[in-house]
Design a protein around this ligand. Structure first.
Ligand code: PLP
Length: 380
């Protein structure tokens, strides 16, 4: 009975030897330079007040069933209609989180004979969905339009007859850089491809009114976007924004949608309220953009290339060194986390610094002053 756990312990020890062992650290201590609560929406007084009232008025906590059974509530329906209107798509299907939305999409829509060409830096949930799909998949170089196009041409030359799917993020979660939305849309149109864009880090912040970088093209037959609700919207869940036919198809064929308890009606209500606040308070994203501009100037002075968005990587390279710098910053009161492989490519361990309305320009200035000597010593 003694060696049930041995192989798991061996793997964990292997991670420890390579400075890749992860542990849970409680949030709440230190200034927030690591959350995705970009607009501080999770603590917005109007959101908290509305949700408290809704709960008291009987909006459900548990959905009590799958959406296709007794779990489909008014709050889900209202939210999906509101989200489709807000983002500009024909329909929006609400999932419990972004991981599940991506997984559901990629396991359900691309079929045997199709080819999914994905940016090498797309999120783990897209990878896992593709792994469980019968479609063929190919990685393209990060943000390299030419490589995407070469892979399409190559596939057609080799006789691939199925639908081509292009999968990208609009803002990359670990690098904070943007995809060229217009060029990817053009490429998809040129080759009759579906374009799937994970807008997780753009939703609420970027694009007109926080509608994401694909806002201009929402409603197109060959565009599907994923908008998550656990980041700038301060709640949880995710929408697959797509043509009505895709919505109907997923309701009928997507196993994670069908065989799972629906998200809490109270959470659907929360997201709806959050979308409302987003529209009535455009100053939230405007203020965040000011912070980004301010921080970009400071990072540039240190010789760190500003990403131009609220996600700023500081690439250290070595995993142990990265975690040591993160610890030093945490001890000084700044909640900054290190990110190591396999989340990021080998040799690119980094501090993933995020900017949110939970901090001020002064906090940013203090943080960068402390970072300066650590950053300089890291590449001595
Ligand atoms: C690009 C991207 N897509 C999807 C997800 C998953 O979203 P969620 O946290 O709602 O599961 C994340 C979250 O880390 C992400 O960064």
């Amino acid at each position: 009975m003694s060696d049930f756990l041995t192989r798991f312990e061996k793997s964990l020890n292997g991670l420890k030897r390579r400075a890749r062992h992860r542990e849970l650290v409680l949030s709440g201590s230190g200034l927030d330079f690591s959350s995705n609560d970009y607009l501080a929406m999770s603590q917005h007084p109007k959101l908290l007040a509305a949700v408290t009232i809704a709960l008291a008025e009987g909006v459900g906590l548990g959905a009590t069933g799958s959406r296709l059974l007794r779990g489909h509530h008014t709050e889900h329906q209202v939210l999906e209609t509101q989200a489709a209107q807000f983002f500009g798509s024909q329909a929006a299907l609400y999932f419990a989180n972004g991981f599940m939305a991506n997984y559901a999409l990629f396991t359900c829509l691309p079929k045997l004979g199709d080819l999914v060409i994905y940016d090498e830096l797309v999120h783990a949930s897209i990878h896992d969905g593709m792994l469980a799909s019968k479609a063929t998949t190919r990685a393209a170089l990060h943000n390299d339009l030419q490589d995407f196009e070469d892979k399409i041409i190559n596939a057609r030359n080799k006789g691939v007859k199925g639908r081509i799917w292009l999968a990208i993020e609009s803002i990359y979660s670990m690098d904070g850089d943007m995809a060229s939305a217009a060029n990817f849309m053009r490429l998809a149109n040129k080759y009759d491809a579906f374009l799937v864009v994970d807008e997780a880090h753009a939703t609420g912040v970027w694009g007109q009114g926080g509608k994401g970088l694909m806002a201009k093209w929402e409603g197109a037959e060959n565009l599907i976007t994923i908008h998550t609700c656990g980041k700038a919207l301060g709640a949880s869940g995710a929408f697959i924004c797509a043509p009505q036919t895709i919505y109907d198809y997923m309701v009928n064929f997507s196993r994670p949608f069908i065989f799972s308890t629906a998200p809490a009606p109270l959470m659907a209500f929360t997201v709806a309220k959050s979308l409302e606040i987003l529209q009535t308070e455009p100053e939230l994203s405007a203020t965040l953009k000011q912070l980004i501009k301010y921080a970009s100037g400071l990072f540039a002075e240190l010789g760190i290339k500003p990403s131009g968005t609220q996600i700023q990587p500081v690439i250290i390279g070595d995993a142990a060194k990265t975690m040591q710098i993160a610890r030093q910053l945490q001890q000084a009161g700044f909640d900054i986390r290190g990110v190591r492989p396999p989340t990021v490519p080998d040799g690119s361990s980094r501090l993933r610094i995020t900017l949110t309305l939970n901090v001020t320009e002064r906090d940013i200035g203090d943080m960068v002053s402390l970072l300066k000597p650590l950053w300089e010593a890291s590449h001595d």
